[in-house]
Design a protein around this ligand. Structure first.
Ligand SMILES: *Cc1c(COP(=O)(O)O)cnc(C)c1O
Length: 411
């Protein structure tokens, strides 16, 4: 049984309630009353499990968190206001001034800017590598390296990492491996492949219809015996391990990032995200099959298509072995020049022009003039952004309709 079949049952069952309101209940209250001073004290010291204040956790959001934690085999999850919120939460809960991050892959523009521009202002430096630079990655690890960050699929360069090999490097060096799995929920299960933390933008395919901005970080359990988080590299986390044991990464994220940065999810967005989750397996299954059909046909018709399902792609073998349940909804078309790309975008009747991905509708965007417009030539080159590059996120439409429209637009 593939993961999509497995989660078809799991998601609809866990989103709905078996008693009372079937649809998840939206608790939109910002604050919660404690009843007595003693209960208030208990809530703050953790001995009473009741909501405290919605910046630190909300019942509707907690339901979403439990489903996403289960999806990835994590011990818990923290939902956030956006995908960037999730990455910021997970990273800021681990790094301090003087620390180093190793970033591998794609890289999503916001994440690149966070590491390259923003964190460097606070004394946290990041070195960037392509997915296949395994030796350079290994050699870049120092005693100050706190995080190896990886995207499950390069967006928009469509390069696929060897996740088990990178996890081995991280685990041998006892450095945290954090994977942005936004593009491949269910298809790739990073914690099972050796990662420690998974981050998502749920805005994308998890919600699936542009109705809710959101994100989530999923954390693994701390092991009873040896654990990289118990080494001196992660000394700041030890007090949470003492207090919360296996769950330590949850209070660590809440108290060292969520409390002070406030990237909290809101109940309405969490509700809409759960509605998206109900149909996520069906949508993923459909889109992944469409992407392969469309990539093959457009490639055969002479368009410059980048997708690992094509035999000409350098990671085609890895796609077959490690990404047997697809690599998400994206493919790219290189039209050669900005002018040709703009012509395509203005001629397509079917694609919606927007910066989003993972929607029920097919979406398209010219990369160099939008998300990557502030990046210099070398950075664009590293990220695989050429002048004519259009990123496409395939939707639920009939694949032949998409092919016909794109061939017409490319004429
Ligand atoms: C969109 C995206 C993000 C950021 O998510 P937001 O919800 O827009 O903040 C992070 N990583 C990847 C891979 C994305 O596609």
């Amino acid at each position: 049984m593939n993961n999509f079949e497995k989660y078809s049952t799991d998601f609809v069952q866990s989103v709905g309630n078996k008693e009372g309101a079937v649809s998840p209940v939206i608790t939109s209250s910002a604050s919660f009353a404690y009843g007595t001073a003693e209960i208030g004290e208990g809530i703050f010291d953790g001995s009473v499990k009741k909501p405290l204040y919605s910046r630190m956790g909300n019942p509707t959001t907690a339901k979403l968190e439990s489903i996403l934690a289960k999806m990835d085999g994590g011990i818990g999850a923290v939902a956030t206001s956006s995908g960037m919120g999730a990455t910021t939460l997970a990273v800021m809960s681990i790094v301090s001034a003087g620390d180093e991050i190793i970033s591998i892959g794609g890289l999503f523009g916001g994440t690149y800017a966070l590491f390259h521009e923003t964190l460097s202002r606070f004394g946290v430096s990041t070195s960037f590598f392509d997915v296949d630079e395994l030796d350079n990655i290994k050699n870049a690890i120092t005693e100050n390296t706190k995080i190896i960050f990886l995207e499950s699929v390069g967006n928009p360069n469509m390069r696929l990492p060897d996740i088990p090999a990178i996890a081995k490097i991280a685990n041998d060096a006892e450095v945290v491996l954090m994977v942005d799995n936004t593009i491949t929920p269910m298809s790739i299960q990073p914690l099972k492949l050796g990662a420690d933390i998974v981050v998502y933008s749920t805005t994308k395919v998890i919600s699936g219809n542009a109705s809710a901005l959101g994100g989530c970080a999923v954390f693994r359990a701390i092991n009873d015996a040896d654990d990289k988080f118990k080494t001196s590299r992660y000394a700041d986390i030890h007090k949470f391990i003492k207090g919360a044991g296996a769950m330590a990464l949850i209070p660590n994220a809440k108290k060292r990032a969520m409390r002070d940065f406030g990237m909290s999810a809101n109940a309405h967005a969490s509700y809409q995200t759960m509605l998206g989750l109900e149909t996520l397996p069906l949508r993923m299954d459909r889109i992944i099959s469409s992407v392969e059909i469309i990539a093959k046909e457009l490639d055969a018709k002479g368009l410059m298509i980048n997708h690992p399902s094509l035999t000409s792609h350098p990671h085609h073998a890895r796609y077959k072995s490690d990404f047997s349940q697809g690599c998400g909804t994206l493919l790219t078309i290189d039209m050669g020049t900005k002018e040709r790309a703009f012509e395509f975008l203005n001629k397509t009747k079917l694609a919606t022009l927007t910066a989003n991905i993972g929607d029920s509708r097919t979406l398209a965007l010219h990369m160099a003039s939008t998300i990557y417009r502030d990046f210099d030539t070398d950075t664009r080159k590293f990220l695989g952004v050429t002048d004519g590059l259009i990123r496409i996120s395939i939707g639920l439409e009939n694949p032949q309709d998409i092919i016909n429209d794109f061939l017409e637009a490319a004429k």
